[in-house]
Design a binder for this molecule. Sequence first.
Ligand code: SAM
Length: 378
Amino acid sequence: MTSPESLADELSRSGYLTDRRWRDALAAVPRERFIPGTAVAVPVDGSPRYPIDRDVDPGTWRTAVYTDTAIVTQLDDGATDLTDGIGDFTSSASAPGIVVDFLELLAPMPGDQVLEIGTGTGWTSALLTCELGPEAVTSIEVDEQVAKDAAANLQAAGLAPNLVVGDGADGWAAGAPYDGVHVTCGVRTVPHAWIEQTRPGGTIVLPWRPGFGHGHQARLTVIGDGRAIGRFSHGSTYMMMRSQRPPAPAPDEGGDWRESSTLLDPRRVVRAEAGAHIAIAGLVPGLFGHGVDGGRGTFQLWLWDGEGSAARVAYDPQYTRCGVEQQGPRALWEEMESAYLTWVEWGAPGRSRFGLTVTTEGHRVWLDEPARPLPVPE
Ligand SMILES: C[S@@+](CC[C@H](N)C(=O)[O-])C[C@H]1O[C@@H](n2cnc3c(N)ncnc32)[C@H](O)[C@@H]1O
């Protein structure tokens, strides 16, 4: 029978849970209090999502709740009924493994004030409240209905952190200064308000999701002069912050496409390890892309920048070279190809050798130390 204890054991075995206080919090605030009767379970091992319904099949519902499974609680900002099961994921109870991993990365001390961005179901703020106390936790959620449900969940669990409905990109100045900011939605650019509202030496943990490839867990430390600096640790794929959702890809047809070809297999870039994707994000700012298997061994890579440039690269097992089509002022495939080969030339450094510096001027990715920023085009 799955339970808070069996979940904690699973997370200990998988290496996410090492700190006793989060084990105590997992037991004190059972996850089931935060999961609606009907939802969509998304296993972390990549197996297909499936609907859960407490009334119809309480066993399956409970197993999803007490295993390392993300549970989606809203589709398409609430426009699509959850029972349809198909739509963009826009709110969830994140998978317990990544929740605990982020809490351990934040590592708050007694007396710390923490701001959570993205209340969702309220479960993460419940765990924080259990550890730090209600006065120490503020959580902000952009979606009114989601915020209302979280408030009800927390109240039913007897917990009363400070809940705010609003855009987390602005932080919450009324509660500043914070010792930690715990971000539970993906961001491509770190809003500067979070740095301004955090004490020097304070921590911001976040899922960094550039427009292409893997998501990366980052732990930034605030310097106190408007900068925050830190490294990437593990992978993490969270739903994007509303205002930072990627622009739509360029339309398939129309426009003036320039044709060329390449010897570099685009699958090698898309399936490269995380370090390659961080290097590409740092060297080719503003790039969005995704790859699609086309059947019979074919593969297409789509790239765009949301400002009129786009590229598509087609791999076919029959070809020696891959066809490239590009349009707009930038040659996005050539920029990506050059960035990928630069990463190879550096000795293919892994994720943990990269870091990020955020200032009022923007973001710089660096390799090994902040004094070695990746060169960016003028
Ligand atoms: C993965 S869920 C959060 C999981 C949550 N922490 C939990 O414990 O259940 C991400 C949440 O971020 C919220 N969100 C997205 N953009 C936001 C923004 N700009 N400000 C605040 N919340 C936002 C979404 O509505 C969603 O509820």
